[in-house]
Design a protein around this ligand. Structure first.
Ligand code: EPU
Length: 428
């Protein structure tokens, strides 16, 4: 077990390259199950969620090679192996194995997913969709059992706009008989990315990226090559970092259109931004203004950037309010930020930030992935040394973080935890 150590207070400068999108990767990899010949995905991020999914595909009989961000999956020998426990519990996106295995084998057993604890995260809309397609779905001792004699296209209205449910229903419906219409679908770029892969495999999908997706089921899907989109949340994290501690940071490999809400909010704060075709430059930011944000489904302000944005607001003059309408309990980073001298209080679904504060290095713990991003930005802003534990969360979503930050001139490194620190963590 390791901790991340940061000697903060240094201005950062230079170019930082964004990796492939985690939240696409975790759906694209299960989607390969649906093909009958090898699929290659280029540009995958080197993160633990990708490694876990690779191992899960191997567990069900797939042959997988992963090197330099390129994954070749031969799904031809896969079987519908039950996966009630074990690795599936490590990440929430293992729920995509349900849609993909149901689509290909008409049956699946998948343990209820793990992932970040951000308050209640039901999967009722996924199940509603599978049932509408003709599957019988039961929950037995913490595992979801899905079985269908055949899948038949249906009209499905999502009661909650859900990224996961939209993708999962799409995965099953591409192999159903006849037409499926998903109404009130989510519109995130990751959904378009998955639809692009499926279309290249031979699926018939129209409307991905709008709130009505139409799918005409097909009997066979075959292999293809696909390049993943850049990670808009990683890019957004680096933009916030640039505004917090940068003296000119160029973020490379970005689709600026995916980040319009963040760009608008940073500009409102007074952050200088220049936008290129595939890069965004964040200039040195002084005298930042306080702003309010409210997280919404895409193209609104992403909940996944709410936590790192909160720490930037400690640098702004005045009072800011951050409201998360997507998750009820995505504020576990606030106690840790307070230990670093941030002046923030939580009221219901909102965090109220009084700035500016001078942050001080401290020993803090990442309790979920994006809490981790808030903490490493805080560590870079703070005076003195910050030590972050809970790196398993950060490693789920940020590829080669130390290397990337060091490239900007940050003084950051990983160290093994002592036996005493491991005991302390286990008992906390
Ligand atoms: N919801 C339901 N029922 C469902 C599904 C969702 O009530 O059946 C609710 C959720 O509880 C939540 C809201 O709907 O309040 C939105 O959830 P959604 O299903 O869209 O989230 P998700 O698909 O589980 C993905 C990302 C999250 C990101 C959200 C929102 C993946 C693997 N995860 O989760 O990413 O926060 O969309 O944009 O794609 C992260 O990267 O740190 C992360 C948590």
């Amino acid at each position: 077990m390791e901790k991340l150590k940061i000697a903060g207070g240094r201005p950062l400068k230079g170019t930082i390259k964004v990796s492939g999108a985690k939240n696409s990767a975790v759906a694209l990899i299960p989607a390969t199950i649906l093909a009958e010949s090898p699929v290659t995905i280029e540009g995958l991020p080197e993160i633990s969620d990708v490694e876990t999914l690779k191992a899960l595909l191997e567990e069900i009989g797939g042959t997988v090679h992963f090197e330099n961000g390129e994954m070749m999956v031969d799904p031809s020998s896969m079987v519908s192996m039950p996966l009630p426990n074990g690795r599936v519990k490590k990440l929430r996106a293992s729920y995509y194995l349900m849609g993909a295995m149901l689509g290909r084998f008409k049956k699946a057993v998948i343990g209820l997913p793990g992932g970040c604890n951000l308050g209640p995260r039901p999967i009722d809309q996924h199940i509603k969709g599978f049932e509408a397609l003709g599957a019988k779905v039961t929950n037995e001792r913490g595992a979801i059992y899905l079985r269908a004699d055949e899948l038949i296209g249906a009209r499905i209205y999502l009661d909650v706009v859900s990224v996961g449910a939209t993708i999962n229903i799409m995965l099953a419906a591409v192999r159903a008989k006849g037409k499926t219409i998903i109404e009130n679908a989510a519109k995130e770029p990751e959904i378009i990315d998955v639809a692009t892969l499926l279309t290249n495999m031979g699926a018939k999908i129209k409307g991905a990226g709008t709130d009505v997706i139409r799918i005409e089921g097909v009997e066979h899907l075959s292999g293809c090559r696909h390049t993943i989109i850049p990670d808009r949340i990683e890019a957004g994290t680096f933009m916030i970092l640039g505004a917090a501690v940068g003296e000119g940071v160029l973020i490379d490999n970005v689709i600026p259109l995916h980040l319009e809400s963040l760009i608008a909010k940073l500009r409102e704060m007074g952050v200088p931004i220049e936008i290129g075709d595939e890069h965004i430059f964040i200039g040195s930011s002084k005298n930042l203004k306080a702003v309010d944000i409210k997280t919404l489904v895409y193209p609104g302000f992403p909940t996944d950037l709410q936590q790192p944005f909160t720490i930037l607001l400690t640098k702004a003059n005045g009072s800011s309010v951050v409201t998360d309408t997507i998750y009820s309990a995505r504020f576990k980073h606030i106690d840790e930020l307070r230990r670093m001298n941030a002046n923030i209080k939580v009221e219901g679904r909102s965090a109220i930030i009084e700035g500016p504060s001078t942050l001080q290095g401290a020993k803090v713990k990442a309790t979920d992935l994006r809490a981790g991003s808030a903490l490493f930005i805080a560590g870079l802003m703070a005076e003195g040394i910050t030590e972050i534990t809970g790196l398993d969360h950060i490693d789920r979503g940020y590829s080669k973080l130390v290397e990337k930050l060091t490239g900007l001139g940050a003084n950051v490194w990983r160290e093994n935890l002592s036996d005493h620190e491991i005991q302390q963590l286990k008992s906390s």
